[in-house]
Design a protein around this ligand. Sequence first.
Ligand code: FAD
Length: 298
Amino acid sequence: MIEDSDRTSRQLAEKRPPLHLSFEFFPPKNDATEERFWESLHKLAPLHPEFVSVTYGAGGTTRERTLRMVSSITDQTGLSGAAHLTCVGATRDEVDAVVRAYQAAGVNRIVALRGDPPEGVGQPFTPHPEGYRNAADLVAGIRRIGDFDISVAAYPERHPQSPDWQSDIDNLKSKLDAGATRAITQMFFNNADYLRFLERARAAGITAPIIPGIQPIHSFKQISGFAARCGASIPPWMAERFEGLDDDPETHALVASAVAAEQVTELLDEGVTAFHFYTLNRSNLVLALARLLGRRAN
Ligand code: FAD
């Protein structure tokens, strides 16, 4: 045990691989939350992320806010902004107009997603009759408009609507073949799921980076709700660690740091060198995790 941890620290100190970080934010709803958005972003900016992405509300409900925030990121922080975009409930022309608005605002990175129906994540998706059919179709549409850096979604535990692994991996491949540069995964808490998924993707001939999406647990109650809705499982050991901590924020925060630290250092030991953090517009846990990965804000 002691030898193992000695070896890990030595490896880290001696041969640190180039690390790529990216951060995901959501568009703030009001002035108070906007203040927190910028405060967190300014704290995280010295970590030199490759990009900072801003999500797109279900059904395109945050179209203007996403555009405003993502276009201000470079001006305010010098970082590269990436805009999420979905094709729910919109015609191709409407979606293309959003892509052109990003282009005009100097945003050249897009996270291209199908999105979920307004009735909820678990409901079947029916494309708009004149809309993009799915994320692969959207990627191809964006490519026709301009030379964007495009990321797409991947699911270490399979997308809940994928009938089997083969179609899940085929679907990821079709998004990358349509012109995406990388995939970013849904949150997961069992690293073995991610590593198995990587093996499956590589075996299918996918060579693009598949970046683990890391969700620090700011609130176990909230995150387990999100996870259930998007098909990410909560391992029993993790539920046990957080059990009874809803009213004990200090212990909850300590357990959350330990859980996320274990997850990222284990992935680093497995050779993972790029991490996408779901920040929920907060900086503290991400700052600590980046430091464990060898990146300091300075
Ligand atoms: P797709 O890749 O198009 O497909 C999802 C599933 O549908 C596939 O597994 C496939 O099995 C099935 N499928 C696709 N095409 C076909 C077909 N032709 N026939 C049969 N089955 C098919 N949502 C938002 O609303 N806003 C966001 O900002 C946002 N950001 C996200 C960021 C990341 C990193 C991730 C992982 C997810 C994000 N989501 C977001 C959630 C995402 O919109 C949902 O997970 C959605 O259910 C699927 O989107 P997708 O792009 O993976 O879809």
